[in-house]
Ligand binder design. Sequence first.
Ligand SMILES: [Fe+2]
Ligand SMILES: [Fe+2]
Length: 185
Amino acid sequence: MAKATPASKQPFLTDIKTLRARARKHIEDGAVTAGYQADRAVVIKLLNEALATELVCILRYKRHYFMASGINADAVAQEFLQHANEEQMHADQIAARIVQLKGEPNFSPDGLATRSHAEYVEGGDLVEMIKEDLVAERIAIDSYGDMIRYLGDRDPTTRRMLETILAMEEEHADDLSSLLQDLGR
Ligand SMILES: [Fe+2]
Ligand SMILES: [Fe+2]
């Protein structure tokens, strides 16, 4: 049996010279290095679907914010507005990451609803709106979870971003179910 190499003697994954040479060779690739281990085209496609989902969520929350009415409307409308703003933050983060990965963020209204995982549902009264938003958040939670598992350790930066977004979608879902409880539904 070969003697185990002590940790201090183990060569680092890639030696510095190779790392530097690779970085120079593909300077136009920006943040994407030859060490990038995920399938870039797939990651960009997934991120564009996530972007579409966030954009549809912004539109739905904005509609709900402006249409909220009734005795409980004020507090609920503020929650809708806050969520809309946070979905906007997510959309911006995702678009920026797509560009870092040398892709193009798709903001086209053509086919937006089809690219999105979550749906745009107007909802009649306050309770219906909250329920539709909760359904959309649960869809987002599932699809972000899938993406995170798909990425594994092949693109830690994208994964970390998605994990932060996922945590906020979970908060959104929690806020909405508390609202439903407060309204006695
Ligand atoms: Fe979001
Ligand atoms: Fe959300």
